[in-house]
Design a protein around this ligand. Sequence first.
Ligand code: MN
Length: 218
Amino acid sequence: MANRKLSLTVDGRSVHVHLHQRDLPEAVSFKGAIAVDCEAMGLGLTRDRLCLVQMSDGGGETHLVQIHRNQREAPRLQAALESEAHLKLFHFGRFDLAMLARDLGIACGPVYCTKIASKIARTYTDKHGLKDVVKELLGRDLSKESQSSDWGAEELSDSQLAYAAYDVVHLHDVRAKLDAILIREGRLALAEACFAFLPVRAQLDLAGWEPVDIFAHS
Ligand code: MN
């Protein structure tokens, strides 16, 4: 397991991807909102471990932190993800928040979820996957081919690192497009109230209520 670097092109501009082991390096700092995504062995909250945390400031730098088996903390990652000064942008943050809390004890916040924003803004469609949202709002193609791969591998491939980085590099632009619709339609406050509840939803998932819609009548 080693630190690595690679470069990608996103919408005509170059993005540097930095792979770190166990935690962010001391020298890394973020300005403004941070896009965040996680990769795990699978989607099981009691079964699958967190393997990788990806972060982008929306500019040319993307940082990936490889989480090792049995690792229980990542102090610099925690400080960034818990900082009130940085809004954290997720797509389906419900899962990521649960994973970060469970494996690293991170109480991530404040948060914004582009999937929730999309569901509240884009009521003309039921396509709210990141690939569909990025395609429609930004006109960009997002490959999902490494989505199902062995994220627990000691050495991640270049295509895995690129895939992981692509999941965070578009989120700032997606958020701007979704916010414009939410504001136009008078739905921003509703979306923000849902984002505020999201960490609680993740706690419910971890505590055993994952398959339950607590707001349903039965
Ligand atoms: Mn991802």
